[in-house]
Design a protein around this ligand. Structure first.
Ligand SMILES: Cc1cc2nc3c(=O)[nH]c(=O)nc-3n(C[C@H](O)[C@H](O)[C@H](O)COP(=O)(O)OP(=O)(O)OC[C@H]3O[C@@H](n4cnc5c(N)ncnc54)[C@H](O)[C@@H]3O)c2cc1C
Ligand code: FES
Length: 366
């Protein structure tokens, strides 16, 4: 009997055809584990595998922040400065996904990129990354994404307003855009020692690359928009990028809108802006069998995880769609807009659980 070997095509070159055939034969001898499983153990970062990264180092920055150096898999695409990456890491045996802005210089020659994480009180992933993660740990990755980036046409004058860990995407921009000549950075942190990248930022200021204004909030209090305008008198002439707590961003958005320059302000949020809450209800996860009482202000994702339900997730703020599940019956409210989505029995309306709260009883297919 003769077997016909498919001719390699442009889409499936000869080498890949050969590799696929070898893998199929190997599958027969390695069942129940697949050859890919063995390859994952030997070379988890290889081309064609699910995108992963290996943590090479965790470098302390401040008492509660650290830079994590990650060697990405072979299929990693270079990011644009200001973008973020979704990272999946196992914490106490549970895979959790979070988003982190990329802080590294694209010119690194070791093939790694970095994210810089600030541990927040009670935070599962941030504390794990800053305090417990060891070099060699394999994490899951998505390709970098996000549009908190400079436009092709660089602004003549730029202003960056940041607070706390909000410095991270801006550091990614400053490290990669030395062509910016007129930059003001206003950064808030509790004390001088809490300024993430403090030494590097002060050096950039000493070198004349940026004008740096540090607001140490433990002694000087929070900076409001009027004080910012006094510090940066030509603020209206500057393209502005801001990243920090929700309250700070809202105050800036109001100020820029009132001045008629809202189109010159770009913001990056680490948490969703919750505008509307309402009555909650009983949430039932139909496959898992768990039912829980959720109030109308808590995202279904948070309520479920609190009850021990393993949920898909990503950015946790409505931008990546990593948390989408079908609503089979009942109603949920979008916490950002107040819009209520309803499903009749048997429907499968997709809802983002990270920004949706129960609006009465609801069944989620999970
Ligand atoms: C686009 C994007 C980029 C991001 N970049 C960075 C970055 O570069 N560096 C960084 O440190 N973080 C960044 N984050 C935030 C990060 O994804 C996590 O939200 C953060 O690390 C907290 O996760 P956790 O698991 O420790 O906290 P969780 O266990 O999820 O939450 C613990 C508690 O803290 C609250 N909480 C959650 N997130 C925050 C927050 N950001 N600030 C204050 N309270 C919070 C929760 O409501 C909860 O009560 C980014 C988020 C987004 C969406
Ligand atoms: S986790 Fe990203 S959209 Fe919900």
């Amino acid at each position: 009997m003769t077997a016909t070997v498919p001719r390699p095509t442009a889409a499936k070159p000869a080498l890949r055809v050969l590799r696929d055939r070898v893998l199929r034969v190997a599958e027969l001898v390695t069942t129940p584990l697949l050859p890919a499983d063995y390859l994952d153990l030997i070379d988890p970062l290889r081309s064609g595998a699910a995108l992963r990264g290996r943590i090479e180092a965790v470098l302390p920055e401040t008492r509660d922040a650290a830079t994590v150096v990650i060697r990405p898999g072979a299929d990693w695409q270079p990011h644009r400065p200001g973008q973020y990456v979704r990272i999946g890491i196992d914490v106490d045996g549970v895979r959790m996904w979070r988003a982190y802005s990329i802080t590294s210089d694209l010119g690194r020659t070791d093939g790694c990129f970095t994210v810089t994480v600030k541990a927040i009180p009670g935070g599962k992933v941030s504390n794990h990354l800053v305090r417990s993660t060891r070099p060699g740990t394999i994490v899951q990755l998505d390709q970098a994404t996000g549009d908190f980036c400079l436009p092709e046409q660089r602004p003549d004058k730029a202003l960056f307003v940041t607070a706390g860990s909000g410095i991270t995407p801006v550091m990614g921009i400053l490290r990669n855009h030395p062509e910016l000549t007129d930059v003001v950075l206003v950064h808030s942190a509790p004390t001088p020692d809490d300024v993430v990248f403090g030494a590097e930022l002060r050096q950039l200021a000493a070198d004349g690359r940026i004008r740096l204004v540090e607001q140490h909030t433990d002694t000087a209090g929070m900076l409001d928009a009027a004080a910012l305008a006094a510090l940066v008198p030509d603020l209206a002439e500057r393209a502005t990028w801001a990243c920090g707590p929700v309250g700070m961003l809202e105050a800036l958005e109001e100020h820029w809108a009132a001045a008629g320059i809202a189109d010159r302000l770009y913001t990056e949020r680490f948490r969703p802006k919750v505008l509307v809450t309402g009555e909650g209800g009983t949430v039932t996860f139909t496959k898992n069998g768990t039912s829980l009482e959720a109030d109308g202000a808590t995202p279904i994702l948070d309520a479920a995880e609190e009850a021990g339900v393993l949920m898909p997730s990503g950015c946790r703020m409505g931008i990546c769609y990593g948390c989408v599940l079908p609503l089979r019956e009942g109603a949920v409210r979008d916490l950002r807009t107040g819009e209520v989505t309803t499903a009749a029995p048997g429907d499968g309306v997709l809802v983002q659980t990270c920004i949706s709260a129960a609006a009465g009883a609801c069944d989620i297919d999970h």
